[in-house]
Design a protein around this ligand. Structure first.
Ligand code: NAP
Length: 381
């Protein structure tokens, strides 16, 4: 078994091989790396100071609603202030949380630029900031909203360096979803060899990583998915068993697989449609980890529902596990190390130009996607 990363280590050099990549995205990878190198060289050679304002393309939301409220337009980005950097985004990660913000399930002030994850290069550094420079390769996730843009201002303390062996598309795919998998499997509940775990939406962005990492930790992994194609992917990602939860009774199947004992932990991001069944799948003293609600906000759980098997219940948020700079670096570092060593593979199954963010949201919400979805700024429209 490959050695699992347990702390922030600098990963070894070496190119990553993705299991599922369209020729479009492999072409885009080379183009993005070339753009980043060119951009950095030009900036270093140039003696001209940066213009005060940069005009670029972004997606903006003026009213809550369906994917059609995602408007592609010009915005102006200023100079970074104290403690800030300006970053040119070269790959932008789409996450289900972007849908919650667009619909108003999670609140933010209108108008806003959606998105919480991207990777790119630093294009300007705020006055007096040390340790950061133009051309730095960086990624960020979760700490600020506004990544669906070609360029943006960020607090320097919220961005992390991308190891040289990891490309921008991989970094933007793996940062939020990988850090989510890290805190769920290693801190929220500590998965150990011998545990049996149930992962809902096992072929999704987070689900795919939970299966890969959970298996590497020595657990027996049961994954639920909606289609045969997604089941095939989940099996490749390390699931020992898959359940088609739209046509099969997943509670009965889990009881059958575990000889009636149930699982030690359920990772439930589906919410409304699965929560009751998830509780029924747990063993005595099992952990119910409900970390999302792609099917809708779940009904409340009564204390007596927990008492029947002495269950634990938590509704965690990644932000509370990467609150300090040290926690952010350690969590991202562990993810990058496991990517570099091949324990985790980013499944970049879908790429869209930034201008087509609405199409990407449609596909995500209608369960057409699997793995990670990436928006590419500046790509052909
Ligand atoms: N708490 C945290 O800090 C945290 C952090 C990151 C993500 N999350 C949560 O993790 C979940 C996964 O995020 P992701 O970005 O990786 O998305 P995703 O899993 O790639 O996409 C959502 C998946 O959920 C399943 N699903 C089941 N019922 C659905 C419904 N009614 N509508 C739409 N999808 C449905 C679908 O898989 P099937 O077709 O196989 O059913 C779908 O592909 C989300 O709920 C997200 O909010 C939470």
């Amino acid at each position: 078994m490959k050695k699992l990363a347990t702390s922030y280590l600098v990963p070894p050099r070496g190119m990553l091989v993705l299991r599922t990549l369209s020729s479009y995205s492999s072409f885009s990878r080379k183009a993005i790396e070339y753009t980043a190198a060119l951009f950095t060289t030009r900036r270093r050679l140039s003696s001209t100071p940066f213009a005060a304002m940069v005009t670029c393309k972004a997606i903006r939301v003026y009213e809550l609603g369906g994917p059609e409220v995602l408007r592609y337009e010009d915005i102006e980005v200023g100079e970074p202030g104290d403690g800030e950097v300006r970053v040119k985004n070269l790959a932008i990660g789409i996450n289900f949380i972007d849908v919650y913000f667009r619909k108003g399930v999670y609140k933010t002030q209108l108008p806003f630029i959606p998105g919480v994850e991207a990777a790119g290069v630093v294009t300007a550094v705020g006055p007096g900031l040390t340790g950061r420079k133009v051309g730095d390769r960086v990624a960020y996730a979760g700490k600020a909203i506004g990544s669906y843009t070609e360029e943006q201002i960020l607090l320097a303390e919220n961005v992390v360096p991308i190891p040289p062996s990891i490309d921008f598309i991989t970094a933007a795919s793996i940062m939020l979803k990988g850090m989510t998998a890290q805190f769920l499997l290693r801190r929220c509940f500590q998965v150990q060899p011998g545990h049996t775990i149930l992962v809902h939406a096992a072929a999704g962005g987070v689900g795919s990583l939970l299966c890969q990492w959970g298996r590497a930790l020595g657990a027996t992994v049961i994954g639920t998915v909606s289609t045969e194609e997604k089941a095939a992917q989940a099996l490749q990602d390390g699931c020992h068993y898959t359940i088609l939860y739209k046509s099969e009774n997943f509670v009965d199947r889990v009881k059958e697989i575990t000889n009636g004992k149930g699982v030690q932990v359920v990772y439930d991001s589906v919410g409304k449609d699965t929560i009751q069944g998830s509780l029924d799948c747990l063993a005595y003293r099992g952990y119910m980890v409900i970390f999302g609600q792609s099917s809708g906000i779940p009904d409340p759980i009564s204390l007596s529902a927990l008492q029947s098997k002495s269950l634990f219940l938590t509704r965690p948020t990644m932000m509370h596990y990467i609150g300090t700079r040290d926690e952010l670096l350690a969590t991202a570092g562990e993810v990058f190390t496991n990517v570099a060593s091949g324990i985790l593979k980013a499944r970049v199954n879908h790429t869209y130009p930034l201008s087509q963010a609405a199409e990407a949201h449609c596909d995500l919400e209608s369960r057409k996607t699997s793995g990670c979805i990436i928006l590419l700024p500046g790509s052909a429209e």
